[in-house]
Ligand binder design. Structure first.
Ligand SMILES: [Ca+2]
Ligand SMILES: [Ca+2]
Ligand SMILES: [Ca+2]
Length: 493
């Protein structure tokens, strides 16, 4: 039982041993497994020889000598395009100050010229991807100088690098941050790979939109549309093109587009209640695609105040009397877009002289201290009632005063010649017919229309004067009657 177990372990170990086949198969002086005193596989234009006494491996080495025909020796092998090959060549400089080098290789990706730096044997290795099925190694005996300069090579191995078939692990913990209206920044945790991650692919809605190198774990996704949701994930790739499973998917919603539309201009700006130092502005509201958040009030083009977007009035104070100001208003939205200005109005403050004029601009304005002013009302005025345009002053109530001076209406005309004093008979008939004295309004008329204080006094005086005339007339008649009574006529016999 023990022996079969040991055999099984041996066989298993053998199966997992990586054995790289040396593709340098031509039998010649530089072949390690099948060395021969030959140059089989090598061609000029340099002179290629198998020589003894100076081998790095075995008995022979290859010596290359520049000729008039050329400087390098060349060796081709059968390759698979896209496969990576490890190429190891031992080399040293030869006679005549040679500057031996590996250069001008054909059929390899990213080959760079490599100088042979010593007259002692050194190993030079190249890991290159074949771009041809028949790539060519070239060794220049000397990069310069006349013919006859020499270099040596030996112990060449060419092995194909085993293909990488193992994909990287999935990128993890993909997150999005700093999302704007048009961009977002993605970050993720690095993938691992048996060889190495060489690239990450970033997918937006399952379409690759960008790539970054295998050492970078961030990506700025741009060109997005505002107010839109996107799915992002990331894939890891290795040099062999193996693709990892996708990372977690992250949903990104871009921000709303910025408001770039200004509100409409405030309209119908008016001023009222203007005093010596203030005026009240009113306007019609502006409209905005999002919303008006503020109005700015300008006086002579300088902002003197602001109110909220729902307010359409402003009390401009701190003005100087008898001064004309220009006012307009601007509307703003939350994004700071500013509307065109409203209509401009000119406001002239009231005179600051002796007294304040009571006008329709400052009527009932609590900011005016009427107690401290001489009041002049240019229009009509009502106390306890509306102002009546037919009267300068209307009062709904009693007036108490020490004296009332009336300037118009008097009745001296009664004593002027030509005044037609009605007879008492006529007066009696008028009273009987109308129920009141002639020229005196009826009770109903006074009830309905009132009567002027000056007028009623004038009419009462008229009647007193008429009464005086009647009394004088009556006195005269009485005296005449007494004369007749005192001097009787002689009695008749
Ligand atoms: Ca050899
Ligand atoms: Ca891999
Ligand atoms: Ca707006």
């Amino acid at each position: 039982m023990r022996i079969p177990t040991l055999i099984l372990v041996f066989i298993t170990a053998l199966a997992f041993t990586v054995t790289s086949q040396n593709l340098y198969t031509q039998q010649n002086a530089a072949n390690i497994q099948n060395e021969a005193n030959a140059i089989t596989g090598w061609i000029g234009p340099a002179n290629v020889e198998s020589v003894t006494g100076n081998a790095q491996n075995g008995t022979f080495s290859l010596r290359l000598t520049t000729t008039n025909a050329g400087r390098d020796g060349r060796y081709s092998f059968t390759a698979v395009v896209g496969t990576v090959y490890n190429i190891s060549i031992w080399a040293r400089k030869g006679a005549n100050n040679a500057n031996t080098a590996f250069e001008n290789w054909v059929g390899f990706q990213n080959f760079t010229t490599t100088q042979v730096t010593s007259t002692s044997w050194l190993e030079y290795t190249f890991t290159l991807t074949a771009t041809s099925t028949n790539p060519q190694i070239r060794v220049t005996a000397s990069q310069n100088g006349p013919p006859g300069r020499q270099g040596y090579i030996d112990a060449i191995t060419i092995t194909a690098v085993a293909a990488d078939t193992q994909a990287p692990t999935a990128p993890s913990n993909l997150t999005a941050s700093s999302t704007t209206t048009t961009a977002t920044t993605l970050n993720w945790n690095a993938s691992t790979d048996n060889v190495g991650v060489t690239q990450y692919q970033i997918r937006r809605n399952n379409v690759i939109v960008g790539t970054v190198g295998g050492t970078i774990t961030t990506y700025n996704a741009t060109g997005l549309t505002a107010s839109t949701t996107y799915s992002f994930d990331v894939l890891a790739l290795d040099a062999a093109g193996n693709v990892s499973p996708p990372s977690n998917t992250v949903q990104v919603t871009t921000g709303a587009a910025a408001d770039t539309q200004a509100p409409t201009a405030p309209s119908n700006l008016t001023a009222s209640n203007t005093t010596t130092t203030a005026t009240t502005l009113n306007w019609n509201a502006s409209t905005d695609n999002v919303g008006v958040t503020q109005y700015q009030i300008r006086r002579n083009n300088a902002i003197v105040g602001t109110v909220g977007g729902t307010i359409t009035t402003y009390n401009a104070t701190g003005l100087t009397a008898s001064t004309t100001y220009s006012f307009d208003a601007l509307a703003l939205d939350a994004a700071g877009n500013v509307s065109p200005p409203s209509n401009t109005i000119q406001v002239t403050t009231l005179s600051g002289g002796n007294g304040t004029s009571y006008t329709n601009q400052n009527a009932n304005l609590p900011t005016v201290n009427w107690q401290a002013q001489n009041l002049y009302v240019s229009g009509t005025m009502g106390i306890g009632t509306s102002a009546n345009s037919n009267f300068q002053l209307s009062v709904n109530g009693d007036i108490r005063t020490k004296e009332l001076v009336v300037e118009s209406g008097w009745s001296d005309f009664v004593f002027k010649p030509g005044y037609l004093l009605p007879s008492l008979k006529e007066t009696e008939q008028y009273i009987r017919h109308n129920g009141h004295l002639k020229d005196i309004p009826s009770a109903a008329h006074v009830q309905a229309n009132g009567i002027g204080l000056a007028e009623i006094n004038m009419r009462l005086l008229q009647k007193v004067e008429e009464l005086t005339l009647y009394l004088i007339e009556a006195q005269k008649r009485l005296e005449l009657l007494e004369i007749i009574t005192v001097q009787p006529t002689a009695p008749k016999n």
